[in-house]
Ligand binder design. Structure first.
Ligand SMILES: [Zn+2]
Length: 268
């Protein structure tokens, strides 16, 4: 049994028995780790907000590769991201980020660019203009899948590699854009407008802060998101559209902070 230390983002929490919690943490050094935190609830709660979802924390735990659940020893809070619970739209988009990470990560990820992106996205969702949250979440998804080896081709034809002129098509199954000359040879294509393509290109290339003013109409957003969802569904084995963005959390009547404290914000 080895003692491990890592900073982490808390993705999921579940109350266990009378005084314990089971946590899923995305650690900087070891990817996804499941932990049991014993005796942290009840009359003498320990670690406070460090064991809530969205929290950015430093963790110390006992690791044994032969078991699925590692034993938490220490947790100290670096940032609670409490602003994410101040507004339902911020909260739902931030939950969608955690949900996407839980689907995307297998537990074997080496340290890479995805962890800093996830942390930066939570920071940005806390303070960005509410109207830009949809663009920011889509940008997070495009960047995240790119870092994990599923970068969509948006700048040339996936078949002939030539640059794109109108009309342009998109082939979700083949991972990107197709030119007019090649469209007959590629299956499963659909049209994509220049403005939709330009939007996806900006999301891929821009920093998150550069997208604060990128606020398309909700109809444009829904159509473009639909195209990208087809890409995600055909490229990722475990992909499902976000539940957090589809559903109003059942426990919203409790108030967001109470739902957060209950550790079950989506009412699962
Ligand atoms: Zn082509």
């Amino acid at each position: 049994m080895a003692i491990e230390k890592s900073e982490a983002i808390i993705l999921r929490t579940l109350n266990f028995r009378d005084t314990s919690k089971i946590l899923t943490a995305y650690t900087l050094d070891h990817g996804l780790v499941s932990l049991i935190a014993k005796g942290v609830r009840g009359p003498k709660p320990r670690f406070g907000s460090a064991l809530e979802i969205f929290a950015h924390v430093d963790l110390v735990y006992y690791n044994k590769d032969s078991r699925d659940l590692q034993l938490l020893s220490q947790a100290s809070l670096l940032e609670a991201h409490l602003g994410l619970a101040s507004n339902l739209d911020r909260y739902r988009h931030a939950c969608a980020v955690l949900e996407f990470l839980l689907k995307l990560l297998s537990g074997q990820e080496p340290p890479g660019k995805l962890y800093p992106l996830a942390l930066r996205t939570l920071e940005v969702l806390e303070k960005a203009p509410v109207a830009s949250l949809g663009s920011l979440f889509l940008a997070f998804q495009i960047k995240a899948v790119s870092f994990l080896g599923h970068r969509p081709e948006l700048f040339s034809c996936i078949s002939c590699r030539e640059s794109l002129t109108e009309p342009v098509y998109f082939a979700p199954l083949h991972g990107g854009t197709v030119c007019d000359n090649c469209v007959v040879e590629v299956d499963g294509t659909r049209t994509i407008t220049q403005s939709q393509l330009g939007f996806l290109q900006r999301l891929m290339k821009s920093t998150l802060a550069e997208l604060f003013e990128d606020v398309p109409s909700s109809e444009f957003m829904a159509d473009t998101r639909g195209i990208f969802e087809l890409f995600l569904a055909s490229q990722l084995d475990r992909y499902e559209p976000s539940r957090s963005l589809r559903q109003i959390p059942n426990r919203h009547a409790l108030g967001l902070r109470e739902a957060l404290k209950a550790g079950d914000p989506l009412g699962n």
